[in-house]
Ligand binder design. Structure first.
Ligand code: PEP
Ligand code: MG
Length: 423
């Protein structure tokens, strides 16, 4: 990386940032991230969003910018202006002031339930990576945690967190949420997330390889301690277990059997366990297409658009060469989302969404209209989405879903989304 340590606000410039880099960095002075590699849903961008700082990816020539150079980073436009002139500074000051004002007016939407103008309630949850992030989630008005990415407990360390350490982290998260629902996802590594303590075989196509639940099902020595700690933590609050990357019923059944095994072990040892709901991420097209059957054996769904997009469109997330193809606005992605929500509704189970699309205001109305009842996002996005929902009726949402799903190409989807009022 090319971080400089001036004693003031800094923008971190690098070829690439890995999740472990951002965990290790002292972020207290970091006001922005700019990298060459990575896409909108690479984990770096997700972390930047969590911290509420702008990130620009696809940056060329970053190595030529020397440490200490003044620059303006515009996350919205995706630009880095090096050594800005007075006109550019002035424009920046103005847009920054407008941004602060907008933030002020949104503050009222933090401590408020989420409902449409005609009174239909929805849930806005937070995505977090550690119990330490609960505070910020509650401050922004999260009504639950829709995705606790447990892998962050495993990253940037030489060993694996044991059962006790994990138990403490999960217990803290549910306790700090004070009875609100907390969905904890089991270990999701492989793909672009690597663990020093758990070397995995080299793979030609890691995103199509032995990642997430595929890996943990093969490693009971890793999976069982996590499942045990989750069952133990469930005593202290409303905890749900969520399995990532489920591609079919067999995997779900084996994962559930291992959870049962963990429970039996604990019961035999006389260790108290709590009830948990067991859900799956729908992030592989196969799962979306089989949602009707999966819904009979899962307590809830959460749609992971970050991966669902990459697998549906065969466009790797984080690969800037195909960033133009990678979008939730492709009709195929939208149809899979709608099919998943419909199957959940038919089976009477809740359907949430925890991919980045869940926080996209352009999609809010249509997602709710499709039957996605819970949207889980970076906490900072919550007030804006809540305000937006308050200005909609359920019938409007349904009409937007219908119209969105009738579009035949991405351009038409975009045009339709941009034409919506009050977003
Ligand atoms: C997703 O795939 O949409 C998701 C929420 O999980 P992650 O980004 O951690 O893969
Ligand atoms: Mg995923």
């Amino acid at each position: 990386g090319g971080a400089c340590d001036l004693d003031r606000n800094v923008i971190v410039l690098a070829e690439e940032l890995l999740p472990s880099d951002t965990v290790r960095m002292d972020l207290s002075h970091v006001v922005g991230l700019a990298t060459h590699l990575g896409g909108a849903t690479a984990h770096t961008a997700i972390i930047a969003r969590t911290l509420g700082i702008p990130a620009v990816v696809g940056l060329e020539g970053w190595e030529e910018i020397s440490s200490g150079t003044e620059a303006i980073l515009d996350g919205g436009a995706g630009t880095l202006t090096v050594s800005p002139g007075e006109a550019e500074r002035e424009a920046f000051r103005r847009s920054d002031a407008a941004r602060r004002e907008e933030e002020q007016s949104l503050a009222a939407f933090r401590a408020m339930p989420t409902a449409t103008a005609d009174g239909k309630c929805f849930e806005l949850f937070a995505n977090i990576g550690s119990p330490g992030e609960v505070k910020a989630a509650l401050e922004q008005g999260a009504e639950g945690v829709g995705l606790f990415r447990s892998e962050f407990l495993f990253m940037d360390r030489a060993d694996l967190p044991g059962e006790e350490e994990q138990f403490e982290a999960y217990r803290q998260a549910v306790e700090r949420m004070e009875g609100r629902p907390v969905i904890i996802r089991t270990l999701d590594v492989g793909g672009d997330k690597k663990l020093p303590a758990l070397p995995l075989p080299r793979e030609e196509n890691p995103f199509l390889g032995c990642r997430a639940v595929r890996m943990t099902l093969k490693r009971p020595d890793v999976f069982l301690p996590q499942l045990r700690s989750l069952l133990r933590a469930a005593v202290y609050g409303d905890l749900s277990v969520m399995f990532p990357m489920i591609s079919g019923l067999e995997e779900l059944r084996v994962a559930k059997a291992m959870l049962e095994q963990a429970r039996e072990q604990l019961e035999a040892e006389g260790v108290p366990t709590g009830r948990v709901k067991v859900g799956i991420m729908v992030e592989i097209p196969a799962a979306a297409l089989m949602a009707e059957r999966l819904a009979r054996e899962a307590d809830f769904f959460s749609i992971g658009t970050n991966d669902l997009i990459q697998y549906t469109l065969a466009a790797e997330r984080g690969n800037e060469n195909v960033a133009g193809l990678y979008t939730a606005y492709h009709p195929a992605v939208l149809r899979l989302i709608a099919a998943t929500a419909r199957a959940a509704e038919a089976a009477g189970i809740p359907c949430g969404m925890c991919g980045e699309a869940a926080g996209d205001p352009l999609l809010t109305a249509a997602l709710l209209g499709m039957g996605v009842g819970e949207l889980s996002m970076s906490p900072r996005l919550i007030p804006r989405v809540r305000r937006l929902i308050g200005g909609l009726t359920l019938e409007q949402c349904r009409a937007r879903a219908r119209e969105l799903l009738s579009q035949s190409d991405e351009g038409a989807v975009r045009t339709f989304l941009m034409s919506q009022e009050n977003v």
